[in-house]
Design a protein around this ligand. Structure first.
Ligand SMILES: CC(C)(COP(=O)(O)OP(=O)(O)OC[C@H]1O[C@@H](n2cnc3c(N)ncnc32)[C@H](O)[C@@H]1OP(=O)(O)O)[C@@H](O)C(=O)NCCC(=O)NCCS
Length: 164
């Protein structure tokens, strides 16, 4: 398996993976809206490739914590026939390593605590990070990176997340 940055020729294959990973095309549409948004960070859209085929994708986009630039992670998608073989693990570690190397302080996401705890995520509210929607509860999680200095406040995703 190779983990690498998204290349221009990957767009259709990424859509296919995301459509197949989720029950509805909502997340695939979100990826495309994010790609067209000013919050898109080309270095932080990554694919997993097996035998020349894209089988997984993860993206982080620019988010805001009371004026401090942070990252919002998601969607994370692995093609159903390739799940439970470490593709998600490889994508997540590559992403967190890249974000840390870029000097980003914090990655925030909405997802299953049981899955993301293994990557060092914890409930974001415990860090003083205020969720855009209180109903997200423990699913609203954050992973501090090396440059994190205890920033707190109201979290805002890149604009296309608001259309969900
Ligand atoms: C979640 C997802 C990205 C994981 O990718 P993957 O390549 O299958 O993950 P890995 O092989 O690295 O790890 C698999 C482990 O994660 C666990 N896991 C997967 N989804 C989980 C969840 N929602 N909650 C808890 N554990 C989960 C599996 O049980 C498995 O653990 P096990 O092998 O010890 O039982 C993939 O299942 C997927 O694309 N799912 C559909 C889309 C989705 O839900 N994305 C995440 C949105 S928050």
């Amino acid at each position: 398996m190779l983990i690498r940055r998204e290349a221009p020729g990957d767009v259709a294959a990424i859509r296919d993976v995301v459509v197949r990973a989720f029950p509805t095309p909502m997340e695939a549409d979100l990826v495309e809206q994010l790609r067209a948004d000013e919050g898109w960070i080309p270095a932080l859209s990554m694919v997993a490739e097996v035998d020349g085929e894209v089988v997984g994708h993860v993206v982080c986009t620019r988010a805001d914590l009371d004026g401090v630039p942070v990252l919002g992670l998601g969607p994370l998608s692995v093609r159903p026939d390739r799940q439970r073989r470490g593709v998600g693990l490889a994508l997540m570690h590559a992403m967190l390593g890249a974000a840390d190397a870029l000097g980003e302080p914090l990655v925030v996401l909405l997802g299953s605590p049981a899955y993301y705890v293994r990557y060092g995520f914890r409930p974001a509210t415990a860090l003083g990070i205020v969720s855009p929607d209180p109903q997200w509860g423990e699913h609203f999680q954050a992973r501090p990176l090396t440059s994190y200095r205890g920033e707190k406040g109201r979290f805002t995703y890149a604009e296309p997340f608001n259309r969900l």
